[in-house]
Design a binder for this molecule. Structure first.
Ligand code: ADP
Length: 210
């Protein structure tokens, strides 16, 4: 955890606790952390799950890599240090949304195991005395050949031509999760089937009811 620079700051407990927010929403918060190669289908799956959840009245929200890099993380590039800071900030934002009671879907390559583990540790830490928040690592697994074949943004072609540096899978590493709660193989399953499986997983563990 990054220690605060400021010293004269105090944690302020609110009038409502997490259980009260869960009662109001009809469910508690959780973060589904989607990780996988570019083009593996993280955004596509996250948006489909978000839509299906909204359709049944669940407060769901996607934090998407490219979109966040337009704002909150506009100052960051793709060096290991910047990727680390990108994931740290997104982890903090996801934690706030989760505390607020949302089902958060994050869609970031997040290639380093240590960075993902640091976010998990952030969720496990009970800073406010209310206990851990649910953090669910979802490996959106499609092999490099599949992702490169899709190449929805033409980025693999650019990376192969040497026009794009530090591209995960080509000249930057991807460390696959060793203990993801869920693995979705988008090479062998269509997006609706994957979305249904994610939602069934949440439902079975009581995340969609209060
Ligand atoms: P990422 O967010 O991981 O970079 P995107 O969701 O932007 O990936 O792109 C994945 C591409 O793969 C999209 O063009 C999508 O339509 C396609 N695709 C094909 N099959 C699937 C699937 N089963 N799940 C998700 N995306 C799929």
């Amino acid at each position: 955890m990054t220690a605060p620079k400021a010293t004269n700051i105090t944690w302020h407990a609110g009038e409502l606790d997490r259980a009260a927010r869960a009662r109001a929403h009809g469910h508690g918060g959780a973060t589904l952390w989607l990780t996988g190669l570019s083009g593996s289908g993280k955004s596509t799956l996250a948006r489909r799950v978000e839509r299906r959840l909204l359709e049944r009245g669940v407060f769901a929200y996607v934090l998407d890599g490219d979109n966040i890099r337009h704002g909150l993380c506009a100052d960051l590039g793709f060096s290991p240090e910047d990727r680390h800071e990108n994931i740290r900030r997104v982890g903090e934002v996801a934690k706030l949304f989760t505390d607020a009671g949302a089902i958060v879907l994050t869609a970031f390559v997040s290639p380093y195991r240590a960075d993902r583990d640091a976010v998990r540790a952030l969720f496990d830490r009970a800073r406010d005395g209310e206990g851990a928040l649910p953090f669910v690592e979802v490996h959106v697994a499609a092999d490099l050949a599949t992702c490169e074949g899709r190449d929805p943004k033409g980025l693999y072609a650019k990376a192969r031509r040497g026009e794009l540096r530090d591209f995960t899978g080509i000249d930057a590493p991807y460390e696959a999760p060793s203990a993801a709660e869920l693995t979705i193989d988008t090479g062998s399953e269509d997006v609706d089937a994957s979305a249904a499986r994610v939602i069934a997983w949440l439902e079975a563990r009581g995340h969609l009811s209060s």
